[in-house]
Unconditional design. Sequence first.
Length: 508
Amino acid sequence: MNAQVTGVIVVGAGGAGLTLATELALAGVPAVVLDRLPGRNLQSRAGAIQPRTAEMLALRGLLDDTLGRSIDYRLVGGHFAGLPVPLDYAAWDTRYPHPVLLPQDQLEAVLEDRLAELGGQVLREHRLTGLRQDPDGVTVTVTAPDGDRTLRGRYLVACDGAHSSVRKIIGAAFPGEAATARMATADLVLTGDVDDSTTGHISSRIHTSPQGHFAMITPLATGLHKLILSGPRTMAAERDAPVTTEEVREVLQATHGGKVDVAEIRYASRFSNASRQLEQYRHGRVLFAGDSAHIHSPAGGQGLNLGVQDAFNLGWKLAAVLRGEVGEELLDTYQAERHPVAARVLALTRAQGVVMGPQRDGGVPELRDVLTDLLRLPDANRYMAGVMAGLDLCLPSPDAAPHPLLGLRMPDVDLDLGDGEPPVRFSDLTRTGRGVLLDLAEAPLAAAAAWSDRITRVRARAISGSPDAEAVLVRPDGYVCWAGGAGLAETLTRWFGPAGRAGDGTSG
Ligand SMILES: Cc1cc2nc3c(=O)[nH]c(=O)nc-3n(C[C@H](O)[C@H](O)[C@H](O)COP(=O)(O)OP(=O)(O)OC[C@H]3O[C@@H](n4cnc5c(N)ncnc54)[C@H](O)[C@@H]3O)c2cc1C
């Protein structure tokens, strides 16, 4: 059997896989996306994206489509463990200071449309069943409707979710904590006194009972509601057991005193608070992104965001390696930058599980009160807002005394390009997926001309929120990797490869 050959085999067309595939397609790297399902997974899962994910989608011009599919419901700030103090995301200088309520499949639809525009495609009903790697690439066996096929890629990225086949096939350990709590989620038709207001804080939507029932109801489009529930019956249910009307009704009765009832369940699934993470995200030519690399409870709405941001981090690096511009060592920065982020999310979701849990003794109610008081302090609130929004991330820097902007996200400032046209946003300059050298000083940075085949050089004047530097070099994923001073050529070489012989590509 002759193998179809490609650059990257992406296994899984969820949020992580589709983001990665669009990034590779944008960079002109051939990739094949496989998914075992015949279509998008419509199960009730993630319902919100956080501000940093919104910013990253804006970097590629994908946010307007995403907002167009979002639910017209403005959450007042974020939350930690459902405590009744909104987290003030606006303290982090972002254009998107609130979670965007969006069913997960709608984000996947936006990404898949973009992938198609870029000439990519998802091979549906293609289940990966075998994998073998050698020093030059990865060969996989795929079961498709027309029989078994063999594909070969130079790299494979496993975005195949929490129960990753790739992880199992290569025998990668997935250490962590087993489930101690079971919950369910359902998209359903509710009757009775349902809170349909289109603003407010998530804490007002969480209802519990002394017997350990939990219900969080948020409105979805088209008259449906999303319910996250738990209770004694849910805790005891088998993972694959259907979520029944009786189970939902019992929870609603206990938490809403009969004021709300269920008329119809459209989609429902069960999940747990199991918490695990791969030690290594790279195993030779196989890399992991999204839930295949880390799982945790959905408390705080982080999983999809993590996966999308993993993919934004990895995509441009993998493309640069495949185009032969940089060596494979660039891929090691993926592990260094993304593993600690997920490790922190795992820790925080475990902490939230304790605070949100049904426990009414052992100091847990007092812990809730202490944390609630702490979150009323502006500094504590800002800290936690940055964590939950994904806006506080500072990537590790090799410099002993890094510039304060190094490793931080580049704010989406308004820029005057001096061309007599209306101002543009920084995110208007990143649609191509290239790095951007933003020259805010009087003199252009001629030193970077030899990289103009890989980066976009822009001379501009910042109109709002000027970064505190005369020039910044921003990676394709929106993080500052140089901020004036010495070392520009070294930094360009590190992230984009040695100087080429390209012409002067400055747009300023
Ligand atoms: C109730 C609930 C609420 C949640 N709420 C939020 C939230 O508000 N915000 C948030 O950020 N996250 C949330 N999450 C988490 C989020 O759903 C996941 O983190 C997210 O789906 C992970 O995306 P992924 O692309 O890594 O994996 P997945 O979305 O699981 O995609 C994996 C894909 O791989 C495919 N696949 C698997 N095996 C194979 C194979 N052998 N061959 C080919 N294809 C294969 C699958 O068909 C699937 O399409 C929630 C989760 C749950 C359960």
